[in-house]
Each structure stands twice: as C-alpha cells, then as structure tokens.
Design a protein around this ligand. Structure first.
Ligand code: GUN
Length: 298
C-alpha cells in the first residue's frame, strides 16, 4: 500500500490492481489443484450486439479467464437476436456440464426483456449474482454468488486490514447492482449500515459519520472532502468520463485523500476487482458442481 500524493496527512491507497494480481495468482494455483482432480472451471459470456464498452468488458473477461486457467467461451450474437433465441442459448448453457458460470453482458438491446433473461440463468451458474434466488440468498446471509463489484469492495476493505465489525458504514447510492448488495455485505460483516440516496436529508452530515464510506452514485466528484470523516475508509465505485476525456470516480480524490485514512483510486481501484471476483465466483461454482465446499468468505 502506498501513500496518496499531496500535502498534509495523506490516506493509504488501496490498490485494486495489486490486490487483483495477488488474488489471480492464488486462483491460478487453485485451478491447477482442481485440474489435478479432473475439474476445469468454465465461464460462458454472452454478448448481444456490439455496444463498444461491452465489447471491451467481454474481451477483458476472456483475457482474465485465460490468465487464471479458466475455460472460457464467448457467444457473440447479433443485436437482432430475438429474446426466444437468447433464452434458448441460455437453456443450452444451463445444461452444459463444461460451463459453471454464465454471464449475459448488460445492457441488452431494447427489444429483449432483461429481467426475463436474467431469471432464465440457472441460479447454480449465476456468477453475476443477479438472479432473484441469489439476491435472496445474499439477503439472508447465505450468499452463493455475491455480485462481483460489491464483493470486490468488501475484499478491498479486508485487504486494507480494516475490520468492518461495529463500524459505521455509509453507502451513497441504492442501485440493485452495487448500493443494495454492498450494504447487505457490510451488514453481514457486522457494520452498522446506512444507505443514502438522492432523497436523503443532511447527506453531508450522514457521510461525515462514516468510518467506511462507499460511493456508488455515478456522479463525478460527488463526494467532497467536507463529507469525509478524518481517517475513514473511502471506497469509490464510480467511473465517470469528463468532457475532456478524463476518467474520474464519484469521489473528489485529491482533497478527500487528505482527510481519509484509506482511499481507492480511479482508475485502478474497484474496477480491476470486478472481473477478479467473477473468476472467484466461477471457481466456487465449479467446486460446488463437483460436491466440494466453496465458501464466499462473507
Ligand atoms: N455490464 C456492466 N457491468 C456488468 C456486470 O457486472 N455484469 C453484467 N452481466 N453486465 C454488466
């Protein structure tokens, strides 16, 4: 862990790229050990159409699988694919013993009902953790597939060596993909959790009480230094592109780094962790498919 630059007392940087590399090395060894037992974890990624951001994400997921030794299959199908055709592909993957994880890249073209598609993925192969069964399992503290981005947030806090137990955790944003699940995971770790959103009163004051502050609102530089408690852990889930092309998070980084105790950069923070946790979920799925115990660590 390195110190953030700037004057005054600077936060420790939680380096998502370094943590990812370390986790991928451990997973590589685990995949070798599984192969010795005749088990090869397999991930299928489905991309409908050619959304440029999605094309990059899917390519990166394939590369990461190769790095770690996971069998990966990409199904790139045209934007005109019907919902019935997509559901038929999912059915085929649900029944393919070589495939332990299925990820349908979002967003889907408008003529396809996203909910029907996500609901069609077998909950035992739902490595995104978006199926209502897995959302429910997370809510009752029995997560099988914790959604990847929030799961990455928890791993980063753990890697920083910060205990969540008894801490005030404030989540800014209530999306189904990040805000809600990260709040449930922090609760599972025995933090006292507050979820805030656009209608929250006295947001600044609420945030300033946070020992752990998770920003997931999708607004560039939304969290300012006066919202950060001195010494807090600040996790920035946002990725926003400014008009000048620069990538920034939801946290106004440099001033907040002067106040926080730990902070995640953008890029190089939460971003790299998402794919890493996808690999983690895929390996766990392969273990379960072969009757092995696979803990999430939540
Ligand atoms: N599109 C952007 N992020 C995600 C993700 O985490 N999972 C899926 N399936 N699609 C995405």
């Amino acid at each position: 862990m390195t110190q953030a630059t700037g004057s005054g007392t600077a936060a420790q940087i939680i380096d998502g790229k370094a943590i990812s590399t370390q986790m991928k090395e451990a997973m590589k060894a685990e995949v070798v050990a599984l192969e010795a037992k005749g088990i090869k974890p397999g991930l299928a990624v489905v991309l409908v159409g050619e959304n440029p951001a999605s094309v990059v994400y899917v390519r990166n997921k394939g590369k990461a699988c190769t790095e770690v030794g996971i069998h990966s299959v990409e199904h790139k199908i045209p934007a005109e694919t019907t919902e019935a055709q997509l559901l038929s592909l999912i059915d085929q993957l649900n029944n393919d013993p070589k495939i332990n994880g299925i990820l349908v890249q979002l967003p889907l073209p408008k003529h396809i009902n996203e909910k029907r598609v996500l609901d069609a993925i077998s909950p035992t192969k739902d490595v995104d953790g978006f199926h209502p069964f897995n959302v429910g399992k997370l809510a009752v503290g029995e997560a099988l597939f914790p959604p990847c981005t929030p799961f990455g947030v928890i791993k980063m806090i753990e890697h920083a060596g910060v205990s969540m137990e008894g801490k005030n955790a404030v989540v800014v944003g209530r999306s189904n993909i990040v805000g809600k699940p990260v709040a449930l995971m922090l609760l599972q770790k025995n933090a006292t959790v507050t979820i805030t959103h656009s209608k929250t009163k006295n947001l600044k004051e609420v945030c300033r009480e946070a020992d752990i502050l998770v920003a997931a609102i999708g607004k560039a530089n939304f969290v300012t230094a006066d919202m950060v408690k001195p010494g807090a852990v600040v996790i920035d889930v946002g990725i926003n592109r400014l008009d000048d092309g620069k990538l920034v998070g939801d946290v106004d980084y440099a001033p907040c780094a002067e106040v926080a105790g730990w902070i995640t950069p953008v890029p190089g923070g939460v971003g790299p962790m998402t794919i890493t946790m996808l690999l983690y979920n895929t390996i766990n799925s392969a273990k379960r498919a072969n009757g092995m115990v696979a803990e999430t660590g939540l």
